[in-house]
Ligand binder design. Structure first.
Ligand SMILES: [Zn+2]
Length: 52
């Protein structure tokens, strides 16, 4: 149900901009995920780290 889900943000490591959001289940630990994503502020692919 809805209570089991939480929105996490993926923030750029370089400019700290929060470019992506995603819905994850509470059971999964938030903060471990690192992804290479395109940042429109940096105009390149950067490492994005998951934050709450
Ligand atoms: Zn950036």
């Amino acid at each position: 149900m809805a209570k089991d889900r939480v929105i996490s943000h993926l923030s750029c490591e370089e400019c700290k901009g929060r470019n992506y959001t995603q819905v994850v289940t509470r059971k999964r630990k938030v903060g471990d995920l690192k992804l290479s994503k395109y940042c429109s502020s940096c105009r390149k692919h950067t490492v994005h780290k998951e934050t709450k």
